[in-house]
Design a protein. Sequence first.
Length: 229
Amino acid sequence: MKVISYNLRKHRAAGELAALVDAHDPDVLCLQEADTADIPERIGGLLLAAATRGNRLGLAVYYRQSAFRCDGTITLALKKSLHDRVLRPAHERVLGVLLHDIDSGSQVIIASFHAAPLTALNSLRRHQIRTALSELDRLGAGLPKLMVGDYNYPVFKEDLSRRMRADGHELVMSDARTYTRYRFFRGYYDFATAVGLTVEAVHTLPQGESDHLPILVTCAARAPYRPVG
């Protein structure tokens, strides 16, 4: 399975999505900072599964309709930072979809994630990550899941990875930095976290209009998926 994650920087990079999908042929496209009132129902061969509606800029997930069926969605509002409470930039920080593989009958959970901004503590972002992965089980306990997006975690990444492994989660960073806007904050922001899947590669794609670079995640089943029914 190939999954692209892209923070559109307040929807500025939305015009790049059709070319991005055409060039890399993903099975799933996960967006952050998308104007959810101004996104199409289809992008190439991908169909919109769901988008958040709590505020103008939010999350969206598209999937390949010829290969999958969407069996459910979930949106989650996580523990808020002070920035969230004062400026209220985002109500929902996770959007998960339950995908049914048409050929195999297997299921997998894919989620788009946008952590609290850099003004928050790393401890809060770790809490958000753990909570998100736990709550996604409401779509199907024990199913393989992949959460991709903007983790806003440029420093102490190795500590985050260690903590995730201790919880049974695989966290994989991209092969090149994914954020370039500010000199002192450039680095690796966009990650993939997997449970029951093996992340084979996370490639940083060329930069467009966003201050984030899109990432292309390639993953495979670590063990047989739980059969439907």
